[in-house]
Design a protein around this ligand. Sequence first.
Ligand SMILES: [Zn+2]
Length: 145
Amino acid sequence: MTRKITLNNLHADEIQKMLKNKEFSRLVPKTCSLCGNREGFDRRMFVVEGLQIKDRDDEKIHGILKDFLRQRMLIERICLKTYGPKWIIDTARCTKCFSTDVVYDIDWKDAEMWNRVGKESNMAGKELKNDFEAFKKKMAAGKRS
Ligand SMILES: [Zn+2]
């Protein structure tokens, strides 16, 4: 049996709604691979119809979606997320060089995230964040020498 997968564009107001959702915005566009820009990304999102939650870890399906976006929409990199029962493809475009090859990462500024991780590891969120910042500084210093 062949399955039909369709993509629907999300409108600007729907995108704004998604961006306000903490769970959805845990991964955010961080760095443009082309010019290194780290701020100001235009977002485009698509709802994927025809996929099931169990497809979440299916590399083949990820590959098909990536190829489709690259070939038909000229979008280099996608971030596949779930939002309730929905599948959302989150994409970003650099506002400086217009590349769509933008790397996503966890939003480390998200205080709630630190508190959540802190709870799991029995540390205060703030303490954990300071630890992480110190670690990042150490790594950066190491790279320079
Ligand atoms: Zn760029």
